[in-house]
Ligand binder design. Structure first.
Ligand SMILES: [Cu+2]
Length: 154
């Protein structure tokens, strides 16, 4: 009986710590899987994306693992748009922050803001096989202005 009691206490006290460790792990894996800022001297492919109000064209892109892609974003809309690459959790978090602070300045390496009629570039390296999301996190845009990059085995 005493043994059972100790085991239960141990199990209960271990749950929260385990849950925290799991959450941290998921977040870390998410950020590793989306890739990283690419070296502009090592671009293996250029992909053009047109931004309209409020959509990306195309919204689905295929790349190979290890590729460094230069995205050239052309804003053909009348509003300012962003392209942010990340996990859906990261994009969602950023979109919520932008809702609170719509005029916030960006300094994120995985985000490019493009004014109407202008172009911008974002160089990104895809390090792992899987699906990487991108979106415009601006208020009113985020729900519809999304896309995904399918990273295939090289
Ligand atoms: Cu937008």
């Amino acid at each position: 009986m005493k043994k059972f009691f100790i085991a239960s206490v141990l199990a209960i006290s271990l749950i929260p710590a385990g849950a925290v460790a799991q959450a941290y792990q998921d977040d870390r894996e998410g950020s590793a899987a989306v890739g990283k800022l690419g070296d502009s001297g090592k671009v293996s492919r250029t992909i053009e994306i047109t931004m309209v109000d409020n959509r990306f064209k195309p919204a689905e892109i295929k790349v190979k693992q290890g590729e460094t892609v230069k995205f050239v974003l052309r804003n053909a809309g009348e509003k300012k748009h962003d392209m942010m690459i990340g996990s859906m959790a990261q994009l969602d978090k950023h979109a919520k922050m932008m809702k609170k602070f719509p005029d916030m300045e960006h300094a994120d390496p995985n985000l490019i803001s493009v004014d109407p009629g202008k172009s911008g570039e974002l160089v990104w390296q895809f390090t792992e096989v899987g699906t990487v999301d991108f979106a415009c996190p601006r208020p009113g845009h985020f729900k519809g202005m999304r896309g995904r990059i399918i990273v295939e085995d090289k």
